[in-house]
Write a protein that binds this ligand. Sequence first.
Ligand SMILES: Nc1ncnc2c1ncn2[C@@H]1O[C@H](COP(=O)(O)OP(=O)(O)OP(=O)(O)O)[C@@H](O)[C@H]1O
Length: 263
Amino acid sequence: MGKCIETKDLVFLYDERVILDDINLKITKGSIITMIGPNGSGKSTLLKNLASTLMPKGGTVLLDNRELKSYPLKELAREIAVVPQNTNIEYDFTVHEIVLMGRNPYVGRFQQETFKDIAIVKEAMERTNTWHLRDRSINQLSGGESQRVVIARALAQEPQILLLDEPTAALDMHHQIEILDLLKVLNEEKGVTIIMALHDINLAARYSKQILLLHKGTKIIMGSPDQVITKENLQKAYSIDMIVDKNEYTNSLQVIPLSTLRF
Ligand SMILES: Nc1ncnc2c1ncn2[C@@H]1O[C@H](COP(=O)(O)OP(=O)(O)OP(=O)(O)O)[C@@H](O)[C@H]1O
């Protein structure tokens, strides 16, 4: 059986301000779950708590019934890979060097990468359409190109769980669909659990098995796209009038925003 990630009474504060309040979630192996919610609702904060980048101020995060904080870093990096919202890489590494770093959790101290590591890196780069960029400096790429490189590095980590914060934000239409299709294939072929935040509700509805709607970090609704993407739920969270119906081509729910509302 694969890994399941769980939060128990999770509380997170920035300074004195409660951002996440008493959150109990169980994300089972093999899910594609997308967090949606207005700006500032706590999506990134929740993802960072699941990634162990931030430590909860109360409650716990469990990976397969074991506290996340008890995992040694290398072991955790073999389970969970993270694609953050903004990745700033200070040094002038090449794209190939950056993706190779994804293999660090598997390479012992003073050891070299093996042929297997190099092959996994190449496959990750081909799948993200970044192989042709391999000798370029990471700091000389466009936003969308470097986003795909960071996704390639996460794939090279061969994680059980992939956490992605707005992975398509910097991408054009072609690359948005390419990356989301890739995540779907990884989920289907390798059983990788995908947990991501997306602003685009239509893409979320189309690609997700489950949706988690955050509203001020304290109110959460989780369920199938049909259960969560309703006019009532979305109007409350986003304060906007809208039409919610099925797209006749993709057969998934779609939202057409109309005018903003004041409650
Ligand atoms: N480093 C920080 N210090 C203090 N407050 C922070 C910090 N980072 C985020 N916050 C606050 O925490 C709240 C939740 O932020 P978070 O980034 O999790 O929201 P989000 O749902 O991901 O937003 P967005 O859709 O705009 O990316 C916001 O009110 C934000 O201002």
